[in-house]
Design a protein around this ligand. Sequence first.
Ligand SMILES: Nc1ncnc2c1ncn2[C@@H]1O[C@H](COP(=O)(O)OP(=O)(O)O)[C@@H](O)[C@H]1O
Ligand SMILES: [Mg+2]
Length: 267
Amino acid sequence: MTRLRLDGVTRRFGGLVAVDDISFDVPAEGVTAVIGPNGAGKTTLFNLISGFLPPSAGRITFEGKDINGRPPAEIAKAGLVRTFQLVKLFEDLSVLDNVKVGCHLRGRAGLLSALLRPASARREEAAVEARARELLVFAGLSAFADEPASGLPYGRQRMLELARAMAAGPRLILLDEPAAGLNTDESAALSRIIRRIAEEGTSVLLIEHDMTLVMNTADRVVVVDFGRKIAQGTPAQVRADPAVIAAYLGTGKPAAGKSATQEAANG
Ligand SMILES: Nc1ncnc2c1ncn2[C@@H]1O[C@H](COP(=O)(O)OP(=O)(O)O)[C@@H](O)[C@H]1O
Ligand SMILES: [Mg+2]
């Protein structure tokens, strides 16, 4: 079953085509990775999928529903949740409260319902607390529950971001370079957590630079370069693909600076 479908998705910034006619499916099962050199358009692609940017052309469907141009909050509520390339936490809140905020993304007990239906709101609050603590165990963060998020070392902040995203009970989670800045052990732990997320039924779409992580974690890989999809297959297939090797070695590319010049020329 297809969870997410991209069909001819394109995004222009002035004269620069950051995402150029990209089509692929993300099946419900397992981990799909998008890889490509810096500037290939990976983060832009995530911004399009999660509603932070509207596409210039093409169609994006999530569980059969057109989500083109829908606002990010609506897309998240539908079950498509993302993390960011740079960690974005509520630094003044405790580790536990950061995860609880994520739970409330899907919860019904807003301020108004808490006032109108105090008993059910209290029950929901207890359920949220239990779920948040479970996720802290999952992410190896239980010992830090009451500490401010800002006090966590970087690797643990990334885990917390993942736990918070999972708190929303997503159907599909988009992870933008989750291993960036992690050491080898942290990266291996992350790989196990990502596999478990997929096994428990949340589809994973992962952007990653760390090839070891991709090879160990992904079931299938889409490779982009200069906004275009240049290969797709199993990790072993794409690793052996001459077009992919060329992209990573920097051969066969348009003249350096061309895009930037065009971008400037077109505002
Ligand atoms: N908001 C924006 N305005 C103009 N250009 C952008 C914007 N976002 C990204 N770009 C450009 O789009 C290209 C792809 O960027 P990005 O999606 O961040 O690549 P990646 O995540 O693969 O490194 C780059 O040339 C980048 O400078
Ligand atoms: Mg990026």
